[in-house]
Design a protein around this ligand. Structure first.
Ligand code: SDX
Length: 391
């Protein structure tokens, strides 16, 4: 009898694991990776440095960072067969669907990845995941555009290389604006990990069956795809486009209050205060607009939504604040990305977090296979009724 078990529809009061990777204080709006405040990492670190920190637990020395960067830079290529795999998708396939499938497909190219107890094998798969996810993402984008794939350029840094694989035209050398590459690097840092969110829980749960890390991370990509999770950054832009102008904001807010609309990019299961990432991204919007020489009237709409929501009792009493997805889409759009690619950028940023959490779970010898129980509410002890006697 499991009478003592409690049912928590939001899973919020049940800890699914022990972890030393990311600390969140939702009331104070604090986020730390391995004890380092997100504000300092976003300001001073690079994404590959943060990926190393999340996975290995310490900031790398110069030699360690050079070796880590070299390992990743030299593993950005994917097997040529992956191109024909991506070619199999419809022209209008959503890149998140393509990414989930192609990350899972990587497990078939590296059968040795199943040896998850072998330190060297694990390290090689970790490097491959960090290195190849941007390449798969760029291939998905180029497939959707009907453009030839761009091979990785190992002379560029991580963000520049990704931008080059997305936007390079023919044989022209791709010169990423360093301000844009820096803004992208900061965005990847801000998305890198977030304790036991929906997609990370999926990675841990699937990984707990001792499957290879590609299959576990592909499960995370699938969870992130949802509009209540990473898919929210696409939904925010589509919401802003639907509102269209500041004049329409009050009507939209009324729609939220009467339940006909949801203010995408607002609210969070853990943050009942400002999401510290949203504050940093909001500042980055101005930098990217300056670097791209663009503005976007939808920024005015976003800022008016935020102004009203932070004053209006409906939102205040529900403790709804902008989250990481509220402003990020405005940056991705300024970079020239279509809305379908926004959640893919989130997935690239979250990959080191998924990998770090998978590794911590695999290394935790007390961690068993995920097997949640249930509160059974169905019928009991019924006798079979032959077909000709059913009503
Ligand atoms: C991410 O977990 C993570 O850490 C995720 C993430 C990460 O880094 O991994 O931070 C990334 O997923 C950020 C969240 C992105 N999603 C969105 O922006 C979608 C819009 N937000 C929501 O749907 C919602 O706020 C959630 C899903 C984020 C959180 O939902 P909860 O905690 O389950 O809250 P709830 O649905 O129980 O809502 C509580 C109340 C309800 O009102 P009442 O029924 O009590 O009257 O707040 C309301 C909800 O209707 N509410 C909203 C709202 N979010 C909650 N009302 C309008 N607009 C919203 N966005």
């Amino acid at each position: 009898d499991f009478g003592l078990m409690t049912y928590d529809p939001a899973y919020t009061n049940t800890a699914s694991c022990r972890s030393a990777i990311t600390y969140i204080d939702g009331d104070k709006g604090i986020l730390e990776y391995r004890g380092y405040p997100i504000e300092q990492l976003a300001e001073q670190a690079t994404f590959l440095e943060v990926a190393y920190l999340l996975i290995f637990g310490e900031l790398p020395t110069k030699d360690e960072l050079d070796e880590w960067t070299h390992a990743i830079t030299t593993h950005t290529f994917v097997h040529e067969n992956v191109k024909s795999f991506v070619e199999g998708f419809r022209y209008d396939a959503h890149p998140m669907g393509m990414l989930q499938a192609s990350v899972a497909a990587l497990s078939t190219f590296y059968p040795e990845a199943k040896k998850i107890d072998d330190e060297q094998v694990r390290y090689e798969q970790i490097v491959r995941l960090i290195a190849k996810v941007p390449t798969l993402a760029a291939f998905a984008y180029r497939h959707a555009k009907g453009m030839p794939y761009v091979y990785p350029d190992n002379d560029l840094n991580y963000a520049e290389n990704f931008l080059g694989m997305l936007f390079k035209i023919a044989e022209l050398k791709y010169d990423a604006d360093p301000r844009i590459a820096k803004a992208l690097d900061v965005l990847l840092i801000l998305h890198a990990d977030h304790e036991q969110n929906c997609s990370t829980s999926a990675v841990r749960s699937v990984g707990s069956s001792q499957v290879d890390p590609y299959s576990a991370v592909a499960a995370g990509v699938g969870a992130l795809y949802g509009p209540l999770h990473g898919g929210a950054n696409q939904s925010v832009l589509e919401m802003l486009q639907r509102i269209e102008s500041v004049e329409n904001v009050p009507g939209f807010i009324d729609g939220v209050k009467n339940g006909n609309e949801r203010l995408m990019g607002f609210g969070h299961r853990v943050y009942k205060n400002f999401d510290p990432r949203a504050k940093i991204i909001k500042k980055a919007v101005d930098d990217v607009f300056e670097a791209t020489g663009t503005t976007n009237p939808l920024l005015d709409v976003a800022q008016e939504l935020e102004r009203i929501a932070l004053e209006d009792d409906y939102f205040v009493k529900r403790k709804l604040y902008p989250n990481v997805d509220f402003y990020s889409g405005l940056i991705y759009e300024a970079l020239g990305l279509p809305v379908e690619m926004f959640t893919v950028l989130f997935a690239i940023g979250r990959t080191p977090g998924w990998v770090a959490q998978w590794l911590e779970m695999v290394d935790d010898k007390e961690q068993k296979i995920a097997r949640p129980r249930q509160i059974y509410t169905g019928a009991r002890g019924r006798d079979y009724v032959p077909l000709d006697q059913r009503g």
